[in-house]
Design a protein around this ligand. Structure first.
Ligand SMILES: C[S@@+](CC[C@H](N)C(=O)[O-])C[C@H]1O[C@@H](n2cnc3c(N)ncnc32)[C@H](O)[C@@H]1O
Length: 233
């Protein structure tokens, strides 16, 4: 799928996206985003770019935890951004956060514009991951770091035994019922199952220039947090 087709798919479910997320993940998505913020540990004055920001939940977690950072959220779906903007207004965050409509594969920012970049459940959606990672590397300053949160296939046979039927059959069915659109949740299932394993993602981060790179599994390996640094030359 092309980036605009993917964004269009998210626009269709935008109004029910958050609720479906929380129900399908049994609320683990909130804990995973908090873990992302804890690992990123921004310092006062740092500039943070949240890619594929969607309805803004990662931005909200950062804004709550770190009052002294500058935050930019970027997404290709106008509808997802509209919901993010409404949430920021309710939470009084509009002055602190800038939202940008744009494509993660062609970032509208100069080199070295940010100290931290994050992308939660977005890398899976980029048709050209290598280009996405190169763009992140380009806009990070020296010493900057990237944090990627993404779904994974658990490594434990026993966990897979329970999780894979849930992912294959329950997720598209319940997601369809909650949002009125089944196709995005079939896409969710297929894109999780075809996402490369952890070693391959580390390899791709390394290829893009990041050193060191690492990862940590969350909730029995259903999600994984990856990170990479842009070395000081
Ligand atoms: C699964 S949602 C994740 C939203 C949010 N990060 C979260 O934690 O819930 C993926 C988001 O990526 C956006 N997206 C997909 N392809 C994109 C691209 N090429 N550039 C920017 N955003 C993109 C979609 O519009 C959607 O809002």
């Amino acid at each position: 799928m092309r980036p605009h087709e993917i964004a269009q798919m998210f626009s269709e479910v935008a109004h029910r996206y958050d609720r479906a997320n929380h129900i399908l993940s049994l609320n683990r998505d909130r804990a995973w985003r908090r873990e992302l913020v804890r690992h990123a540990a921004p310092q006062p004055g740092e500039r943070l770019l949240d890619l594929c920001t969607g309805t803004g939940d990662v931005v909200i977690e950062f804004a709550r935890a770190c009052p002294d950072i500058q935050i930019v959220g970027l997404d290709l779906s106008e509808e997802m951004l509209r919901i993010a903007r409404d949430k920021f207004t309710q939470l009084g965050l509009n002055q602190r956060v800038q939202l940008v409509h744009g494509n993660a594969l062609e970032l509208p920012f100069a080199e070295s514009s940010f100290e931290i970049a994050t992308i939660a459940f977005g890398l899976r959606n980029l048709p050209d991951r290598a280009q996405g990672l190169r763009e992140i590397y380009r806009v990070l300053s020296q010493g900057g770091r990237v944090f990627i949160l993404e779904f994974s296939v658990p490594r434990s046979f026993l966990v897979r035994l329970a999780y894979l039927p849930y992912l294959r059959y329950i997720v598209p069915w319940v997601g369809g019922m909650l949002t009125g659109a089944r196709a995005p949740y079939q896409y969710l299932r297929d894109s999780i199952l075809s996402f490369p394993d952890r070693a391959q993602i580390l390899e791709e981060l390394y290829e893009a220039g990041f050193r060191p790179v690492g990862y940590r599994d969350l909730t029995l390996g259903i999600a994984t947090l990856y990170w990479g640094g842009k070395a000081i030359c």
